[in-house]
Design a protein around this ligand. Sequence first.
Ligand code: SAH
Ligand code: SF4
Length: 373
Amino acid sequence: MTTDIRHETRDTLLARLAGEPAYRVDQVLGWAWQRRAQSWDEMTNVPKSLRERLAAAWTLGRMDIVRVHGSADTTRKFLWRLPDGAMIESVLIPANPALYGDAADRHTLCVSTQVGCAYGCRFCASGLDGWRRNLAPWEIAGQVLAVERWAATQKPPGTQPPGPAPSERRLVNNLVIMGMGEPMANYDNLMVALRGLNAPWGGGIGARKITLSTSGVVPGIRRLASEPEQFQLAISLHGATDAVRGQIMPINRKYPLHELVAACGEYVSRRGRMITLEYILIEGVNDAPSMAAPLVAIARQLRAKVNLIPYNTVEGLEWRRPSPESCRAFADAVDAAGITTTLRLEKGHDIDAACGQLRLRTGRELAAVPANP
Ligand code: SAH
Ligand code: SF4
């Protein structure tokens, strides 16, 4: 079976293209990654004979934009159609210096790792229709490349030549793996994608600018702890006792809190990196002031920061977002205990909420958009 060229590293490509000079291999990688080529014919400075050789051995998969929602200075959602007709979304969020320390002109992209999700967290739209398939590495990395390609077409009049933007005009410098799917359940493909996105010959995005979020797949956390790259880790905690967490996250039965916290502790001590505990505030479920103490205890043990996210209502699900006052009171209790805490109350800008709502929308879009227009 042919594989996508973006599944190769510079080394494997050099080996497979034995006989070609290294600069040719770098040209091809430059087209595939920095110039986000979607066809071999775009690689105009690569000799035709080599282009034919490439086309015979690899695919250069492309995803097509079905729709872009949103406006220039707020969150934008991209709906992509993959070659098999499956649809996925990515969310582009303007820099939020408070949360991620970005330069103001840069953006965070939230990418999907699976079509659907098998984990069935009760509050989440991504799992509503179950799991369909894993994304291939190029389909994960390709979300970044396709957004960059799209951005290059959004030029202010008269300022940019047409065609793909050169790498120095990159828009996305921060990645969160918080779209549809459970990253740890598609671990190998995700790592191939992230290595390509991270590599100097590839996407050039720093490992510390890439955050994986997991619902608590303990073996995945352990594996990540042993990787050479400094990818960042976020945990979808959402409940600080087994009683609360078990009620909303089925995975808590397989990996209860003591096991999850132990794996996180191992990660923190091996990496020396801070992790983030994500905690959606859901009215009447996990937002009682008494819930702050167990959350504080876990955060303290792990020296973690806490990201509080008011629940984003999902049509068809009965969960509700607490009042701003309740959210604020909860945040104050965690904060008062000396834990670094973020709470963002403004609507639409919430990166996690934006990402957590992908599936429902995608399902609707699937119904509304013909597969071959
Ligand atoms: N499967 C991974 C990554 C994708 S979900 C995980 O669960 O961590 C990204 C984040 O959005 C998770 O923290 C998830 O719990 C959260 N989320 C899901 N639905 C949400 C909603 N309706 N409102 C706010 N956050 C939500
Ligand atoms: Fe899957 Fe994460 Fe949603 Fe849970 S929160 S259903 S793991 S995408």
